[in-house]
Design a protein around this ligand. Structure first.
Ligand SMILES: *[C@@H]1O[C@H](CO)[C@@H](O)[C@H](O)[C@H]1NC(C)=O
Ligand SMILES: *[C@@H]1O[C@H](CO)[C@@H](O)[C@H](O)[C@H]1NC(C)=O
Ligand SMILES: *[C@@H]1O[C@H](CO)[C@@H](O)[C@H](O)[C@H]1NC(C)=O
Ligand SMILES: *[C@@H]1O[C@H](CO)[C@@H](O)[C@H](O)[C@H]1NC(C)=O
Ligand SMILES: *[C@@H]1O[C@H](CO)[C@@H](O)[C@H](O)[C@H]1NC(C)=O
Ligand SMILES: *[C@@H]1O[C@H](CO)[C@@H](O)[C@H](O)[C@H]1NC(C)=O
Ligand SMILES: *[C@@H]1O[C@H](CO)[C@@H](O)[C@H](O)[C@H]1NC(C)=O
Length: 330
């Protein structure tokens, strides 16, 4: 008796839903997808891309429920996929998401054809062997909200024009080999409040542009670069920043003069050249994580807030810090 509803459901799906909805496929999109498959050397990952079936049923992509145009292409986790990003991806005009991730043998540069994807909102190319620059032509993608080019082999400097992207909300360029400085224009992103601003694990140098005082990032990671000077424009009472990681750079400033956003929960400043003392203002924050080790700080660690809940490695390797959780002051 229990079999009947299951059977009915199956019949219903196969008779009505399947041919009517998922069966569709735009012929132009299908032609392009088959070219992409061929350009990638017919990888096993795309075995479901069979010319005899409707392309909206194929794996690694998604069609719009009404128009049946391909809106998402997501290829990930495949060691066999070899070659470069096929220029044909630029011929899927309704694409909103393009993702190539964990493809260690994907190489070459980011193809200019991507600039044709005027509806693109998410461009996520990570953990590949892509090389060459972060291309200027990305700024033609006016609908882009999410740009993640982390974990590649990209070189050159960061294009200052990225700040003209009107809808950008997240920028991840971390873990590449980028050089040069952080563009001054990055204080003028139209959205003013990117939730991710990650440039860590590169070879960036120079100082933090003063213009960044205008921005209010939720999470900032600039760690493991060669940045120097005073980054205090990233801080400020009026910001709503949650997490700041500036560790392993060459920043040099007086910590006691810094104003902190009330929202700050994570602060990593380890391995810099920071001077001064730990300000009592830090006891007013609800900090979940802090690390100021390997700097040039001095004086008594203020008592209060969460400061004594951290272990000694939060504070060790400074010039003359003392008091709990370090040894008491003489
Ligand atoms: C990435 O490309 C470089 C040459 O540009 C090559 O030496 C290296 O082996 C490649 N890495 C992988 C994981 O294929
Ligand atoms: C990409 O990898 C292929 C095969 O490993 C190699 O022949 C080609 O030279 C590489 N191209 C670049 C730009 O590194
Ligand atoms: C992209 O932006 C244009 C112009 O603002 C808009 O007309 C279009 O609907 C957007 N595309 C998507 C997929 O949101
Ligand atoms: C960006 O790419 C990295 C590497 O694939 C991934 O770990 C991360 O979740 C991605 N997205 C965001 C929002 O960080
Ligand atoms: C980047 O290229 C170097 C050689 O130039 C290679 O050893 C390394 O594996 C590449 N990185 C990634 C993430 O593929
Ligand atoms: C912070 O906000 C207050 C109220 O909006 C404003 O008066 C003050 O000038 C702001 N301070 C800074 C440093 O932006
Ligand atoms: C702080 O950073 C140092 C240096 O990387 C590390 O050795 C230590 O374990 C860290 N401590 C905490 C609490 O993260």
């Amino acid at each position: 008796m229990k079999i009947l509803p299951v059977l009915l459901c199956f019949l219903f799906i196969s008779t009505f839903i399947s041919p009517a909805l998922s069966g569709r496929c735009n012929p132009q999109d299908k032609k392009v997808l088959l070219k992409i498959k061929k350009a990638l050397g017919n990888p096993y990952l795309l075995a479901s891309w069979d010319p005899k079936t409707a392309c909206c049923d194929w794996y690694c992509l998604e069609c719009h429920p009404d128009t049946h145009r391909v809106i998402s292409l997501t290829l990930f986790t495949d060691n066999e996929l070899t070659g470069k990003i096929p220029a044909e991806v630029g011929d899927l005009p309704y694409l909103e998401t393009l993702l190539f991730r964990h493809l260690p043998n994907l190489n070459g540069t980011i193809p200019p054809a991507i600039a044709k994807l005027k509806n693109l909102k998410t461009l996520w190319l990570s953990w590949t062997n892509l090389s060459g620059p972060v291309p200027e032509f990305i700024t033609q993608l006016k609908n882009l909200t999410y740009l993640n080019l982390s974990f590649n082999n990209l070189t050159g400097s960061i294009p200052s024009s990225l700040s003209t992207l009107p809808n950008l909300e997240a920028l991840r360029l971390d873990r590449n080999k980028l050089t040069g400085s952080i563009p001054e224009s990055f204080g003028r992103f139209p959205s003013r409040s990117l939730y991710l601003f990650f440039l860590s694990h590169n070879k960036l140098s120079g100082t933090i542009p003063a213009s960044l005082a205008n921005m209010d990032f939720n999470t900032i990671d600039l760690s493991r670069n060669m940045l120097e000077g005073d980054p205090s424009v990233l801080f400020g009472k009026n910001k709503t920043t949650f997490d700041i990681d500036l560790s392993r750079n060459m920043f040099q400033f007086d910590l006691s003069k810094l104003q902190f956003p009330k929202s700050l929960a994570r602060l990593d400043l380890n391995h810099n050249k920071i001077t001064g003392s730990i300000p009592a203002r830090l006891t007013e924050l609800d900090l979940q994580f802090m690390n100021v080790s390997y700097n040039r700080l001095c004086g008594k660690i203020p008592v209060g807030g969460r400061l004594q809940s951290f272990d000694y490695s939060t504070f060790f390797h400074n010039r003359c810090l003392c008091g709990a959780p370090l040894d008491s002051c003489k």
